[in-house]
Design a protein. Structure first.
Length: 209
């Protein structure tokens, strides 16, 4: 997995979220670079609904989606694990196709295209596309740099995350001002570097406007 793949997956949260809305990829107000990325389903259950909704849809009269979904839910519950797995396999395959197409669209876009699209997304209050060209904002305070150093310690890594945070906070609080200064200075230095890189990036993006 290359650096861009990791950045895109981290930004969009591929490992955490199972669904990317059509509205996100195909805004009505402008054509997105994600226009040709196939939708990503929510789950195997959603695939089941998609494939079987026609069987519970009446040929005449009003169609009650809630009632149809309820009926399908009962049928889904009656399926064997093997039968459910077939739908989960379709979900997994379609998710992989979506992820690959999404990454390809990001890789194929220029920095200017990503920048301009995100301007439009902000204008229309849509979630922005992860842009690997934008400088990443660093940690804002000294404590975060202290915590990062602590987490490089193998013995500290064995602690639960919540306990890591509470223990690090306690230890940081007990440091002298001179000891804290090392981490505070690191935060300040990296923040200044970030602002310089961000200004340079914005200058490049707007120089032809």
């Amino acid at each position: 997995m290359n650096t861009l793949t990791k950045l895109v997956q981290s930004s969009v949260g591929f490992q955490q979220r199972a669904y990317v809305s059509t509205k996100y990829m195909r805004p009505k107000k402008f054509k997105s670079i994600l226009e040709n990325v196939p939708p990503k389903p929510r789950s195997g259950w959603q695939i089941y609904i998609r494939e079987n909704m026609k069987d519970v849809k009446p040929t005449t009269g009003k169609f009650n989606v809630a009632e149809a979904t309820k009926e399908l839910s009962v049928k889904w519950g009656a399926l064997s694990e093997t039968e459910k797995q077939s739908y989960n396999d379709i979900y997994k395959k379609e998710s992989e196709i979506h992820n690959e197409a999404f990454e390809k669209a990001i890789q194929g876009a220029t920095a200017e295209q990503l920048y301009k699209e995100n301007l439009l997304r902000r204008k229309y209050k849509l979630k922005e596309i992860p842009d690997p060209n934008v400088p990443k904002r660093p940690a804002m305070n000294g404590y975060m740099y202290f915590l990062k150093k602590k987490r490089s310690d193998p013995s500290f890594q064995k602690l639960p995350l919540m306990e890591q945070s509470s223990q690090a906070a306690k230890e940081y609080k007990e440091l002298s001002e001179n000891e804290k200064k090392v981490y505070v200075d690191s935060a300040k230095k990296n923040l200044e570097k970030y602002h310089a890189e961000k200004n340079e990036y914005l200058a490049r993006m707007t120089q032809n406007k």
